[in-house]
Design a protein around this ligand. Sequence first.
Ligand code: NAD
Length: 511
Amino acid sequence: MSGPGGMSFEDNLKRAEEVLARFRGQTTAHWVNGARYAGTGGTFENFTPVDNSPLGRVTEGSAADVDAAAKAAAAAFPIWRRMPGAERRRLLHRMADLIEKRGTEIALVESMDTGQPIRFMQASALRGAENFRFFADQAPEARDGLALHQDQHLNYTLRTPIGPVGVITPWNVPFMLSTWKIAPALAAGCTVVHKPAEWSPLTAMLLAEIAKEAGIPNGVWNVVNGFGEVAGKTLTEHPAIRAVAFVGESITGSRIMAQGAPTLKRVHFELGGKNPVVVFGDADFDRALDATVFMIYSLNGERCTSGSRLLLQRSLVERFVPALQSRLQQLRVGHPLDPATEIGPLVHAEHLRKVNSYVELAQQEKATVTTGGTTAGDLPAGGNWFRPVLFSGASGTMRIAREEIFGPVLTVIPFDTEEEAIALANDTEYGLAAYVWTGDSGRGLRVANAIEAGMVWVNSENNRNLPTPFGGVKMSGIGRDGGDWSFDFYMETKNVCVAHGTHRVPVLGKK
Ligand code: NAD
């Protein structure tokens, strides 16, 4: 079988060795002021989940390294802010061109660094280019505001970029997510310090290099590698950084909020989820089944919008659960560079242990567990392999139904009525995404209205549309990305009020 671009497994392995050669046995540096920067901290080893062999070392950002990057971003801010929007648009489109040109290289590095199947990473790299194009096109008008009339005054609003911003990203689909946060920041006129996740740092370096090649001025785009406790924390506390855009776990979000409080950071959080997929008895069975499988088992289940809780109307259980089980047995777990692979190894041995611990927990909680987990079978030794798992007959109170597992693990909970489905869907601390499957359009609207989530899809899997708002409620986040929402976060709104010269100015201290 060949994958996108006609590459076979063998081609991918060979090409991956070529593109990874620059990382193996080397140290990936930070990127500050348009150049590699060795930093003042130590280094740490980065591993591929395929066999847990090293993919090279990475600089471990110290507080001084973050300070250097934040100062570079602050120094570059006046130049970038003043640059006409049309010129920023041109540079960001150039960025997109170069991402497209290097799309295969990016996808191969990302697959080997994260374990994500190449079939998804090729598209994900191109989505990164699309993110740049979409936000680039809005750069020229991003400063436009509103005109608000009064009888004797005219108010108009202007938007100005907030300043240097910190962008902190997770390890699941790092390249695409980084572009999703950084593209609008740059289009708005902000400069950036990016702290990529320590488990998947490599494509951040490719992005920084591409920014340089595209002609983005030095200091506008900076990267500091390292751990959350030092590099991430220092970034969120740094006085030159005006806002923090963060994607990651809810608990980390609450830490960042506390860390940023003394400097009154503006924060934008895209956090965890335990997203319900509600399937009613009148739904299109085959489409609901395809989408349910796709939304939990694609991207290794390491996906914030994964449909990890299946709420199934009781009349469907007898047919739907066996259909799921048979799909599960056919899901192809394998090397992420094999175009046939549907599930690759999980990102890190520690994450594998976490995901697998829920299999034991499900047994303790007396849910029915289909075979799967770390029983490697015919898979090669040494990698973080995990066969997809299904927990059925669960109840909403079990931990397997409440905690974000972030792996290819689906928990099935039966329900009887629409009211019960809504109550179960909302019985969670999270509120990122929800999916509703029904043949009754009125019910689709009612349930979509009643579910507490930032995004609801009716009779669809997650279908991303860049102009629409993306984000969560409750413990799943603060703020929205997409469309103009991204610009609202990265920009300040200023009101200018101009008098017609006709109103009475209040007079004090005059006889
Ligand atoms: P994480 O919170 O552990 O780490 C994310 C980033 O935060 C990393 O770069 C890490 O180094 C940094 N970090 C950790 N502690 C920090 C601190 N105290 N201060 C500053 N930075 C710190 O998350 P993860 O395990 O890398 O990613 C998985 C999580 O991300 C899941 O919960 C998933 O749902 C979430 N996620 C959410 C979305 C979304 O759009 N809502 C998208 C993708 C992933």
